[in-house]
Design a protein around this ligand. Structure first.
Ligand code: UDP
Ligand code: MG
Length: 141
């Protein structure tokens, strides 16, 4: 089992609701290493790269608006099998389906039509993580 890095975004709804500390605390409690961390205002270009698989969906403009509705906190963290561990910690995309104890299950909820506001993003594979880290932390390359 090898060390991996993952990219976590505390999304604008998570920052507005005061969950930056909670997300960081969950990483620290698991004793993952925080390698980089910053407050960012996403640009349209960064979001189009980050969500390249969704850019052509009819609902993408709503996602882009949501992700630019305020600052986010971007985090690079590392550890053995951190990618799957943090995805479990995050919970599924739909907060209504996320178990209590997960970030989305504790702090997310359904808000009706529009983008799914679900507090955090976390990378889903090594390839995604490395691609996403380059988007939000070009200075780490
Ligand atoms: N999203 C949405 N509606 C959808 C699919 C996705 O609003 O039907 C948003 C939601 O905020 C989600 C993000 O786009 O977190 C990225 O979608 P993905 O399927 O990659 O979900 P995730 O990996 O975040 O669980
Ligand atoms: Mg995803």
């Amino acid at each position: 089992m090898t060390e991996e890095r993952t990219l976590i975004l505390v999304k604008p709804d998570g920052v507005a609701a005061g969950h930056i500390g909670d997300v960081i605390a969950r990483l620290e409690r698991r004793r993952f290493t925080i390698d980089a961390l910053k407050l960012v205002q996403a640009t349209p270009d960064q979001l189009a790269q980050h969500y390249h698989q969704l850019v052509n969906e009819a609902f993408y403009p709503g996602i882009a608006r949501y992700m630019q509705s305020g600052p986010m906190v971007a985090i690079v963290a590392s550890g053995v099998t951190i990618i799957d561990s943090v995805r479990l910690m995050t919970g599924p995309t739909d907060p209504a389906a996320a178990a209590p104890g997960t970030i989305r299950g504790d702090w997310g909820r359904a808000w009706g039509p529009g983008p799914i506001q679900n507090v955090v993003h976390s990378s889903d594979s090594v390839a995604s993580a490395e691609r996403e880290i380059a988007i939000w932390f070009p200075e780490l390359r």
